[in-house]
Ligand binder design. Structure first.
Ligand code: ATP
Ligand code: LTN
Length: 337
């Protein structure tokens, strides 16, 4: 990892609270590997974030490792970027607490992810779910990241991170780099196949295609994809009037690299019936190598452990440096040992 010092830094994470799905892949992971040569990249499994919703411990452990295998299988070469598990770098929890004290109740109350998740989990609206964006700000600011590649739904959290960084810098002097979100043009918001007006999410398995799904399951999900009940029946990109078809077009565009205009031309004169299996097949073929490679890596436990051990060591080195500076700035007595 030579010359990383001169590169801009990029950081992102995904919660291992469910299996990786097409939305996570197209909106986030797929775009990450294009950056690893150009940027100094840090990608992690956000396990501390996951427990804001109750998890089965064995599943959480398994999914964190599976997600790491999927990162590597998608092209995130551990020799070129830093891959780690969030809870292995305790500086996240420490800076998270500090930033809680610089994040306002009103700001947290406006977060749509909090509103959505608390509406879905009425029996467990815990403090962590509410203060989650302060931990996310800590994740980002610890590494002095320049860019944060995420899907559209995380834009609000990235903006809050910027506000908190600016607030802290204004009080104590330049401490944090103010980061920018990096949102892909296509694929930033993949919608559910069964309900194309809400985003594809692991909590809706029928409308959600998982990276590890078998080809026949993916084909079935696309065959049953809800399209639109308009009379026009032609394949045209119009997210408001034709959310179902537009979503399929977005997915097709993301996995093949074809533009939306090219796709309209390809299906000129054909109905939705032709679009669904074509998109399904394209998704199957683009996920197949990813699934097979993930399974192969997952079977090599010693290798995976070496990746997350080395990743945590590299991440800790950078995180420690920022946290030390923050402790000094806020007035904590220097630890003598
Ligand atoms: P869910 O709603 O499924 O619980 P989440 O928002 O908790 O999802 P994460 O797994 O934490 O999902 O998200 C990881 C990354 O995937 C983030 O960058 C997020 O923006 C992106 N992402 C999640 N869902 C979608 C989607 N439907 N379309 C595009 N990007 C998405
Ligand atoms: N909040 C994000 C996951 C996440 C993240 C981060 C993304 C946690 N920390 C830091 C980018 C940078 C989510 O729910 N998708």
């Amino acid at each position: 990892m030579e010359n990383q010092e001169n590169k801009k830094r990029m950081l992102s994470g995904i919660q291992p609270s469910g299996d990786l799905h097409l939305g996570n892949y197209l909106g986030a992971v797929k775009n990450w590997d294009e950056m690893i040569d150009q940027f100094d990249c840090y990608y992690f499994m956000a396990d501390l974030h996951s427990i804001t919703v109750r998890q089965n411990p064995a599943d959480l452990r398994r999914r964190s490792k599976t997600q790491l295998a999927q990162y590597i299988a998608s092209g995130l070469d551990p020799e070129k970027c830093t891959l780690f598990i969030q809870s292995h770098v305790h500086e996240h929890a420490e800076l998270g607490w500090i930033l809680n004290c610089y994040t306002m109740f009103g700001e947290l109350s406006r977060m749509t992810q909090f509103k959505d998740k608390s509406a879905k989990n009425t029996e467990n609206i815990n403090g962590g779910l509410f203060t989650y964006p302060a931990l996310m700000a800590a994740d980002i600011l610890l590494y002095q990241a320049d860019y944060v590649p995420v899907g559209e739904d995380q834009k609000q959290h990235c903006e809050l991170t910027r506000d908190v960084a600016i607030r802290f810098n204004n009080i104590y002097g330049e401490t944090f780099k103010v980061p920018e979100p990096f949102i892909p043009k296509v694929g930033a918001r993949i919608m559910s196949l069964s309900n194309p007006v809400s985003k594809m999410s692991k909590s809706d398995p029928a409308g959600c295609v998982f990276v590890m799904d078998k080809p026949e399951d993916i084909a079935r999900k696309f065959k049953r994809a809800v399209t639109d009940s308009d009379t026009e029946h032609c394949v045209r990109y119009a997210p408001k009037e034709k959310p179902g078809v537009s979503n399929l077009m977005q997915i097709y565009s993301s996995v093949t690299g074809k533009t939306l205009e090219e796709i309209e031309k390809e299906f000129d004169g054909q109905g939705y019936g032709a679009l669904k299996p074509t998109v399904g097949d394209a998704v199957i073929e683009s996920l197949r190598p990813l699934r097979e490679e993930s399974e192969r890596i997952l079977a090599d436990k010693a290798y995976l452990e070496s990746v997350y051990t080395e990743g945590a060591q590299k991440a800790t080195y950078v995180a420690r440096k920022t946290l030390r500076k923050v402790y000094k700035r806020v007035g904590f007595v220097e630890k003598p040992f």
